[in-house]
Design a protein around this ligand. Sequence first.
Ligand code: NDP
Length: 430
Amino acid sequence: MSKKVMLIGAGGVAGVAAAKMCQNPETFGELLIASRTEARCKAIKKDIEGRPWYKKGKTCTKIMTAQIDAMDTPRLVKMIKGFKPDLVMNIALPYQDLAIMDACLKAGVSYLDTANYEPPEEAHFEYSWQWAYRKRFEKAGLTAILGCGFDPGVTQVFSAYAQKHYFDTIETLDILDCNGGDHGYPFATNFNPEINIREVAAKGSYWVSSKAEGAKRKPGVPVEYKKAFDKGFWVETAPMAIKREYVFDQVGKKDMYLLHHEELESLGCNLKGIKRIRFFMTFGQSYLTHLKCLENCGLTRIDPIDFKGQKIVPIEFLKALLPDPASLGPRTKGKTNIGCIFHGRKNGKPVDYYVYQVCDHQKCYKEVGSQAISYTTGVPAMIGAKMFLEGKWTTKGVHTCEEFDPDPFMAALKKQGLPWKETFKPVKVP
Ligand code: NDP
C-alpha cells in the first residue's frame, strides 16, 4: 500500500508536510523533496531523521532530495518520469502552479497544491487559470487537488461537512482566520512574505448572491462554472476597509479585517442556497502600521525598478530583509483559531453551526520544529495526499477540497494533530 510522493518546495509548509508524511510511513513509502535550493531539502531530511518519532528501519519513509527549478518544465518532466511518484505535491509558490500542472500532464501523474495560481507580474489570484485544466486532467485520467492547506483547504472541507450533515441550504458563511501568536519581531510574516503581503495589501471583497450596491460580476469564469456564477456578484472594498472585533475561543478578543480569499470563489459555486460568503483575518495594529509604512515607501511594489543599473523588484528585496517564516518556530508563542460560521436551514428550520480548530504554536514547534501557520497548512496538505493515495479522494479532473467526501478528511484531522471543535449555538459576526 505504501506509495511514492514527490514534494516540490522546501520552505516552512513543505517541511511540515514532509515531517507528517514520515509519521505515516504505511502510506508514504518514499519521499523525494525537490526544490530550487537543495540544501534546504537536505536540512528538512536531516531534521526529520533526527526526530524521536521517525521510525528507522523497514517501516520508515525513505527520504531523498534533489535540486529543481519548477519553471524548467522539460527537466521537471524528466525528474518526475525518473522517480515515478504516485503524486506530485506543489508546496513551492503559487507562481509555479501552472508549470507543475503542465509537467504532471506530460508525465502522467496526479497533482496537489496549497495555493491557487498567481501571475508574478500581477497581484491577483483566481481559480480560472487552473480550472481551465479540468478537461485535460479528466482526459488523462488524473486528479488535481487545489488549495489543500487550511484556508483554502480545511475551510472547504468544513463547508462540505456542514453541507453533508447539517444543512439543506447554507445561506451565509463567514470564515474567520485568527493568529493570536507573537514572534517578538516588530514585523514578520508567518508564510512566504511576498505572497502574504500581496494578499493583504489587495482590495477586500466578499461574495453575494444578489446584486447589491457596488457589486460587479466576476470576469473570466470558465464556461462550465458560468451557470453557478450567474447567481453571484463580488462586492469590492478598499484594503482593510471593513473591520470587526471578535472574541476567539482560547485566544481572546481580536480585531479582524475583511479580505478577498480564494475559497470564496469555489464555495460560491458549490454551496447550495448560498447568499453571502465573507473572509476575515486578524491583524495587530503594529503589523498594519508597518505594512502601511512599507507601502508608502514603495517597498511592496511588484514591478521592477532600476537600482544602480540593475533591475530589482522591491517586494523581492523586502522578502530578503524579513525573517524567514520557517525560522519563526522557536520564537512564536500563542495560538491560532481558524473556523467557519454557517447559518442556513435543515428541514425548513433555521440552523447555526460553527466549526473551528485551535492550534498552539509551541506545541507544533516541539513536534516538528515549526510555527502553527506552517503546521496548519502542511498537515492538511499531507492529509489531502493521504486521501488521494488511499483511494478516498480520486475524482478525475481539477477539484477544490469541498468537492470531495469530507468525512475521512475530518477524521484524519483529529488523528494527525488538528482536532476541531463544533457548536450549534448561534454565533454572529457583527
Ligand atoms: P516559503 O517561501 O517558506 O517556501 C517556498 C519554497 O518554494 C522555498 O523552498 C523556495 O525555494 C521554493 N521555490 C520557490 N520558487 C521555486 C521554483 N521556481 N522551483 C522550485 N522551488 C521553488 O513558503 P511557505 O512554505 O510559507 O509557503 C508555501 C506555499 O504554501 C505557498 O504557496 C503559500 O502561498 C502556501 N500557503 C497556503 C496556506 C493555506 O492555508 N492554504 C497558508 C500558508 C501558505 P528557495 O528555498 O530556493 O527559496
